[in-house]
Design a protein around this ligand. Structure first.
Ligand code: SAM
Length: 256
């Protein structure tokens, strides 16, 4: 999967070099390109924001740099699709900027993190994990000029996605969370794919509690059924524990 991220804080994404996602990048499963929005400005101060029309507090991200950044990413994509897709150049190691020459293979989905978007879920992560190319646009300040979304929609599929019902300072943390949730579902990223099956939200319930050695720790004991080797009894215990936990913590997940 190819991922392009547009941000005014590229350094936020340094963590993509570590852990499982870092290895997925090394292995070529995940190709992440981070683009500095300010590289698409043309004034001395590399301005990306201005006062809101109609007044009000805060600043709004200007449309011009966003338009150029999206063009740089989507034009390359379109060029790849217009030519023989199988011959598309997939040398994606260098940074894409206004002068970049790389091409990518598949039409992208553009995602703008926004508290006003549809809420990100495990089901959405699973759906997006099958995409070939995701483009994330990180807002800051009071957000991005509305016309950028309309322009992006004229060129690609676009989704506004919220991490939850609260307001962050910028889209970077939301994008990191989404990439981590999506990335770990891509085949090959997690060593044992079975570990993904029984997780919270995969079957609509929260996961059962987990235990490891020692069997007794500071007076707390592992439930004996988990050490008895009876797989049927273990499965029943785990299912009951899932239901009990979900009922207690997230009753909204259970059917009426
Ligand atoms: N004025 C906006 C509003 O009330 O909807 C909030 C802007 S917020 C301070 C700046 C940026 O942070 C947003 O453009 C978005 O990229 C990101 N952001 C904030 N909260 C978010 C959330 N819950 N989910 C996803 N992105 C969020």
């Amino acid at each position: 999967m190819r991922i392009d991220i547009v941000t005014i804080f590229p350094e936020y994404f340094g963590v993509l070099d570590v852990s499982l996602l870092g290895r997925a990048r090394e292995d070529g499963i995940l190709d992440v390109q981070v683009h500095d929005l300010r590289a698409f400005t043309h004034d001395r101060h590399r301005t990306v924001d201005d006062k809101p029309y109609g007044g009000g507090a805060g600043m709004v991200m200007k449309p011009e740099p966003w338009g150029e950044a999206l063009d740089a990413i989507l034009d390359l994509d379109g060029a790849a699709n217009a030519s023989n897709p199988l011959d598309a150049i997939l040398d994606l190691d260098s940074t894409v900027g206004p002068d970049a020459q790389q091409l990518t293979r598949d039409a992208p989905l553009v995602i703008f993190p926004s508290p006003a978007g549809e809420v990100f879920t495990q089901a959405m992560a699973r759906e997006l994990s099958t995409a070939d190319h995701l483009v994330f646009g990180c807002g800051r300040y009071e957000g991005i000029d509305q016309r950028v979304f309309e322009y992006a929609e004229s060129r690609a599929s676009v989704r506004l996605v919220s991490l939850g019902d609260y307001v962050l300072n910028g889209g970077e943390v939301a994008v990191m969370a989404m990439i981590e949730a999506i990335g770990r579902l891509i085949p090959g990223v997690i060593g044992n794919p079975e570990s993904l099956v029984e997780e919270s939200h995969e079957d609509g319930l929260l996961e059962y509690p987990s235990y490891t050695k020692p069997a007794e720790w500071r007076g707390y004991e592992v439930p004996p059924v988990l050490m008895g080797g009876n797989h049927g009894a273990i499965a029943t215990w785990r299912r009951d524990a899932q239901l009990e936990r979900t009922r207690r913590v997230r009753p909204d997940l259970l059917p009426e």
